[in-house]
Ligand binder design. Structure first.
Ligand SMILES: [Zn+2]
Ligand SMILES: [Zn+2]
Length: 352
């Protein structure tokens, strides 16, 4: 630690940084020069090495959701980097630690959700890259209690997608309650789905991957999916019912239609987990079948710090593969266009 401090002191003192900033929901992001943040009590400043681009960032930048962020703001909730400064009272991390800055940027720590292991439901939470500036910048400020240390040996570009896409799908599989031999249908093989396939398989599930692209389905197969269904050429519901119906369906897709197909693919007693957040907010579900077939529908939002630690532990042990493509932060608008058009294999990771 002493060496790093000396190194930092030896460097020419820079007080400004580049950050991707949303100024308006109809404008492209701009790369602005801003002051490097100063950590307050309990806060740290992190020199960002990589930050993944999540669909949520695109919805944030476009103001797509009912609760909108307040521009100007910097998106990004897959920031990974090295701690460079500590505010007063920080005991959780040290300068030089590599940490991840997930969606849950702050929670109160005392409400009934926080104390019962559901900090992700805290009504007083702050969201990284949404209600506080996120990781798409050279530096980001974070609450020391809500960052998660990245274990030695995990490359930051791999840690980034794990910080949202990984923890979100890991938690979804936990919420689904997948046990060995369960048939698990994963809808949408993108940034989230390619990891959902792996976590469902790790939990012992037999995985069915559903997507519109054969390329994505090939990827899913290489990551452990036993069955693949192309929703553009096959009747998804009929094909999954032929296999006996899914015990659990996890929808990471961006169209409400996929959520309805996921519902229809369930067997009696099955569970549908909502994970993706399409721009169109509503789907139609039948009450009669839900009651008579004992169907469970449940929403799952990101994961806790413990979930993320487990995600990193699995990755460090070589149990998961992260598919990503690196791009410079200055290309953020092109990256958004490519994600919107489905022109990327799974995840784009931006380098400030
Ligand atoms: Zn995300
Ligand atoms: Zn709370």
């Amino acid at each position: 630690m002493a060496t790093i401090e000396k190194e930092l002191q030896g460097r020419a003192v820079t007080t400004t940084m580049r950050a991707a900033v949303v100024h308006g929901f109809t404008e492209p992001l701009s790369i602005d020069v801003k002051p490097i943040p100063i950590p307050g009590h309990g806060e740290i400043v992190v020199h960002i090495e990589t930050c993944g681009l999540c669909h949520t960032d695109i919805h944030a930048a476009h103001g797509d959701w009912p609760v909108k962020p307040n521009p100007p703001f910097t998106p990004g909730h897959e920031g990974v980097g090295i701690v460079t400064a500590l505010g007063p009272g920080v005991t959780e991390v040290e300068v030089g630690d590599r940490v991840a800055l997930p969606w849950l940027g702050y929670a109160c720590g005392t409400c009934e959700y926080c104390v019962s292991g559901w900090e992700t439901l805290c009504p007083n939470q702050q969201m990284m890259g949404y209600t506080m500036d996120g990781g798409m910048a050279e530096y980001a400020r974070a609450n020391a209690k809500y960052v998660v240390k990245v274990p030695f040996g995990i490359h930051p570009a791999e840690a980034s997608p794990l910080t949202c896409a990984g923890v979100t799908t890991y938690k979804a599989v936990k919420v689904a309650g997948t046990r060995s031999s369960d048939l698990v249908a994963v809808f949408g093989i993108g940034g989230l789905g390619h990891l959902a396939v792996q976590y469902a398989a790790i939990a012992g599930g037999r995985v069915i991957a559903v997507d519109l692209s054969d390329e994505k389905l090939d990827l899913a197969r290489s990551l452990g999916a036993e069955f693949t269904i192309n929703a553009s050429t096959q009747d998804v519901v009929a094909e999954i019912q032929k296999l006996g119906g899914a015990d659990q369906a996890i929808s990471t897709a961006v169209s409400p239609k996929a959520f309805e197909q996921a519902y229809g693919s369930l067997r009696r007693g099955g569970t549908l987990v909502f994970v993706g957040l399409p721009k169109d907010n509503y789907i139609q579900l039948p009450i009669f079948e839900t009651v008579l077939q004992g169907i469970t529908v449940v929403g799952s939002i990101v994961g806790t710090r413990l979930d993320l630690r487990e995600v990193f532990e699995l990755h460090a042990a070589g149990k998961t593969r992260v598919i990503f493509e690196e791009r410079p932060l200055s290309d953020v608008n092109e990256a958004i266009a490519d994600v919107d058009a489905g022109r990327i294999p799974a995840r784009i990771v931006l380098r400030p």
